[in-house]
Design a protein around this ligand. Structure first.
Ligand code: NAP
Ligand code: BGC
Ligand code: ZN
Length: 362
């Protein structure tokens, strides 16, 4: 079967021919329909994040997938059911993430809270991903989705990352009466725009989205069509948001631009919360740590990091995706490529928002 992989020492993914995977006992065989590409995939092929499966000369990419159960085996799933796979698997398994020994985080169904070394991530770190005609998985890592999600279901995984971040952040404000009205997403990449649409579904009164692009730009059109305000970071740095617009009850960082983490503290309203999702490389710069520390304490602010997601967040994302207007998903899925067009799929620029590789349809 065809798979899209990057070989050790290379930075250009290409199509390779490999054996179709054999499901182990208790596993399901899934026929892949579509696999999305995000900023993390570009970091993986650039060797800036993640790593190859042990002893493999290549890594199959892709962690945002939608597929159809081809062979449910002895499991409770049914052939023909549409499913979205989660990303993390126990360490110590084979190159496809099968057969590892579950640790306490997997036993508690909270692998998204496992520290480094206690998991592999399919398509990202230590295990092959889903950019292949077929993949196998234990059913506990497959989330059923409705049939109308055949074309957009690959968006469930990125939305689930935002659902988890939202849960963590709001839990940090759950000990008092907190009624957030203003929210900003830092970043107008695919994760930022999906999160902005999620904010809309969650009913924030006023939302903003930060970018660094000139008009006309398709992401600014989407931001404004969602009823949000576009903020250009070249004119309004994040720490000047309270003066330029208003203090933010909720800040969601999805740029990977490390200074934003600290500028967020000034952007927040008293009692506000910021959640960081971007994954920057090492980056040194100066901050006034004393002033920011004081600001945190005296204004009861919170700042936290969030990575990955698990089944309950995927289920929440299925609900959220079902509430997105059709114009929105049409507007953000800008490019659909066949596997053979891999070179074009991994380019950047030319008004791309969300790029997807299509292996098959229903
Ligand atoms: P992306 O395509 O790289 O998007 C980042 C966006 O931020 C881009 O549109 C970029 O603008 C914008 N940006 C960067 N610096 C900026 C600045 N100084 N001012 C204004 N805008 C700025 O990545 P993505 O897929 O949307 O993901 C966003 C980040 O989250 C990445 O770092 C990714 O690795 C991470 N991520 C984390 C998780 C998690 O679970 N924690 C999940 C998914 C993704 P331009 O396009 O104009 O350059
Ligand atoms: C993926 C997450 C993953 C994170 C860190 C994101 O792009 O969507 O599932 O945990 O990268 O590798
Ligand atoms: Zn991702």
């Amino acid at each position: 079967m065809r798979a899209i992989a990057v070989e050790r020492g290379e930075t250009d993914p290409r199509v390779i021919e490999i054996e179709e995977p054999e499901p182990a006992d208790g596993e399901v065989l899934v026929r892949t329909l579509r696999v999305g590409i995000d900023g993390t995939d570009h970091e993986v092929i650039g060797s800036n994040h993640g790593g190859y499966p042990e002893d493999e000369e290549f890594q199959i990419l892709g962690h945002e997938a939608i597929g159809v159960v081809e062979d449910a085996g002895e499991t409770d799933l049914e052939d023909g059911q549409l499913v979205v796979p989660t990303v993390r698997r126990p360490p110590g398994g084979d190159a496809h993430g099968s057969g590892g020994e579950p640790n306490e985080f997997f036993d508690h169904d909270e692998p998204d809270m496992a520290p480094d070394g206690e998991y592999v991530e399919r398509g990202i770190a230590g295990a092959h991903g889903y950019m292949a005609e077929y993949f196998t998985s234990e059913p506990r890592y497959l989330v059923p989705v409705p049939e109308e999600f055949a074309e957009i279901g690959f968006l469930v995984e990125p939305i689930s990352n935002s659902e988890k971040a939202f849960d963590l952040a709001t839990a940090a404000r759950s000990t008092f009466e907190w009624d957030p009205e203003s929210a900003i997403v830092l970043g107008n990449g695919p994760l930022g725009l999906l999160t902005l649409a999620m904010f809309d579904a969650k009913g924030f009164d006023r939302s903003y989205c930060l970018g660094r692009r000139d008009r006309p730009d398709p992401t600014i059109d989407v931001i404004e069509k969602l009823g949000a305000t576009y903020v250009d970071s070249r004119e309004t740095p994040v720490d000047e948001l309270p003066d330029a617009h208003e203090p933010m009850d909720f800040v969601y960082e999805a740029t990977g631009y490390a200074p934003h983490a600290f500028e967020t503290i000034d952007a927040l309203a008293p009692n506000g919360v910021g959640v960081l999702l971007g994954i920057p490389g090492d980056w040194e710069f100066e901050i006034d740590g004393g002033r920011l520390h004081r600001e945190f304490v005296l204004e009861n602010k919170a700042l936290l990091g969030s990575v990955n997601s698990h089944v309950p967040h995927f289920e929440a994302a299925v609900e959220t995706l079902g509430e997105f207007p059709e114009w929105f998903t049409d507007a953000i899925v800008t490019h659909v490529f066949e596997p053979e067009d891999v070179d074009h799929a991994f380019q950047t620029g030319d008004d791309r928002i969300k790029v997807v590789v299509e292996f098959d349809d229903l």
